[in-house]
Structure formats: structure tokens, C-alpha cells
Design a protein around this ligand. Structure first.
Ligand SMILES: Nc1ccn([C@@H]2O[C@H](COP(=O)(O)OP(=O)(O)OP(=O)(O)O)[C@@H](O)[C@H]2O)c(=O)n1
Ligand SMILES: C[C@](O)(CO)[C@H](O)COP(=O)(O)O
Length: 226
């Protein structure tokens, strides 16, 4: 955990309650790469930077022994799991991070925390590098200009009151978004975009898992050197 008395009380909130439908190996947070679960890797990456780590798990699942975290039961959607996590902490600064993104550089966490202090809300993201098209079925006529488009990753960081307001408004209005920064942005509040990392990809499909298996040994060796 971070040094006592350093900065505002902070928490890492890890939604890990998904079913892993696209990966087809059961709840994804418990899938292993390089001998450690996705969840253990995400917790270990965040714990040194915050005062506490809270994880949302699927009903009936427990936190593996030895993880520096506590758990709650998640909701039916990612958005609901994050709302429940937020209710479960009193921290003034919260970092929300998908359990399914196991390779999280410390540099990204530090940059995010600084941006939250300055702006109130921030997310890591990468500029889109591929050509984009909108298609219904096989045929498409026009590409989508990619200038100004970003692929948003996690972690995302917020002052507590900002995220509470965003989730409260979404809940009341029945609005859903694919991430928490989106819920803040729709209120017209600023969200800083901080440099993400190609290795921060989300393990979503079997192809992603193969990539993660290949990366794990290199990643672990690099972390050992730091
Ligand atoms: N009800 C849910 C759904 C998702 N998540 C979490 O949100 C993150 C991103 O979601 P995703 O990659 O979509 O995970 P799953 O929902 O497990 O995947 P799928 O959509 O393929 O079932 C994951 O860490 C997942 O565990 C959650 O906490 N609660
Ligand atoms: C939150 C997120 O990881 C940001 O890119 C993403 O939106 C989650 O999407 P999912 O379909 O719930 O995995």
C-alpha cells in the first residue's frame, strides 16, 4: 500500500464480476496467465499506489487467499458493479480498473493520479491507429475519419464526488455507458486523456488470452528488474 499520510485517501476499485462469456472459460478474473490470475495481477499492480483495494466478484466466488484486497458481490452489469464498489469505499480518490487488463504499468497509474488531482477525472487511452469503417453486414461505403479518436482503456481515476454524481445521474436516468469516464463526460465535466499502453489490452477473446500468455513471461521478467 502507499505510504501513510501521502495524498488524499484513495482506493482501487476492480470490477471482476463478469461471466467471461466471450472467453468461454468461466469468470475471467480467475483465468491464469503465466501462473497468476488476471485478478491477482491487477490487484498487485494497483495495491502499492492506494490505501485500499476493493474487488467486485461474481456471487458465490471468494477472493483468493493472500490478495491485499477485500471483496463485495458485483452487479448484473459492469456499470452496476462499479456503482456498488463506489458505495463500498469512503476514499476521496478512486481508480477503477478492469480485472481483465492484467498488464498495468506503474507509470500509467502515477500519471493518472496526478491528472485526477488536477482535473478531477482522467482515463488512459491510445490514439486509434487502424482504419475505421462502419458496416452493417459485409458491405461498407465510407470509412470513419480516425482523427481525434481514442481507444479508451482502464484504469480511470476520479475524485469521489465526480464519479458519485456521474453514476447517480446515470442510475436515475436509466443511462448506460461502456465505461465510467463516459458517464462523467456526458455531464459536461472534463476528463483528461493520459497516455495508455499497448500492453494494457483487455483480455476479452481467446486470441487476447493467447497474446497475454505470450506476454506474461516478458512482463514478469521486466517487473522483476524494476
Ligand atoms: N456484471 C459485470 C460485468 C463485468 N464486470 C467486469 O468488468 C470488466 C470488463 O468487462 P468484460 O471484459 O466485458 O468482462 P466480462 O463481462 O466477464 O466478459 P463478457 O462480456 O465476454 O462476458 C471485467 O473485469 C469484468 O469482470 C463486472 O465487474 N461485473
Ligand atoms: C471499460 C472498458 O474496458 C474501457 O475500454 C470497456 O468499455 C469495457 O467494455 P466491456 O464490453 O464491458 O468489456
Amino acid at each position: 500500500m502507499k505510504a501513510e499520510g501521502q495524498g488524499l485517501p484513495s482506493a482501487a476499485l476492480i470490477p471482476a464480476a463478469g461471466a467471461g462469456t466471450r472467453l468461454r472459460l468461466g469468470p475471467k478474473a480467475f483465468v491464469e496467465v503465466g501462473g497468476r490470475t488476471l485478478l491477482a495481477r491487477s490487484v498487485a499492480a494497483l495495491a502499492p499506489h492506494v490505501d485500499e483495494v476493493v474487488v467486485a466478484l461474481p456471487a458465490g466466488w471468494s477472493l483468493p487467499a493472500g490478495l491485499p484486497a477485500r471483496s463485495i458481490v458485483g452487479g448484473a452489469t459492469r456499470q452496476e458493479s462499479v456503482r456498488l464498489l463506489l458505495e463500498a469505499t469512503a476514499a476521496e480518490v478512486v481508480l477503477v480498473h478492469d480485472a481483465a487488463r492484467p498488464f498495468l504499468p506503474a507509470r500509467a497509474v502515477r500519471a493518472l493520479l496526478e491528472a485526477v488531482e488536477e482535473v478531477g477525472a482522467a482515463t488512459v487511452a491510445l490514439p486509434v491507429a487502424d482504419t475505421l469503417v462502419r458496416s452493417e453486414g459485409r458491405n461498407w461505403r465510407e470509412g470513419v475519419p480516425r482523427e481525434g479518436l481514442w481507444a479508451v482503456q482502464t484504469p480511470q481515476g476520479f475524485r469521489r464526488e465526480v464519479l458519485t454524481r456521474a453514476h447517480g445521474a446515470a442510475h436515475e436516468e436509466g443511462v448506460t455507458a461502456t465505461d465510467d469516464a463516459g458517464l462523467v463526460a456526458r455531464l459536461g465535466l472534463p476528463v483528461a486523456l493520459m497516455p495508455g499502453d499497448a500492453r494494457l489490452f483487455k483480455v476479452t477473446t481467446p486470441g487476447d488470452l493467447a497474446l497475454a500468455q505470450a506476454l506474461a513471461a516478458v512482463w514478469d521478467a521486466e517487473q522483476g528488474e524494476q
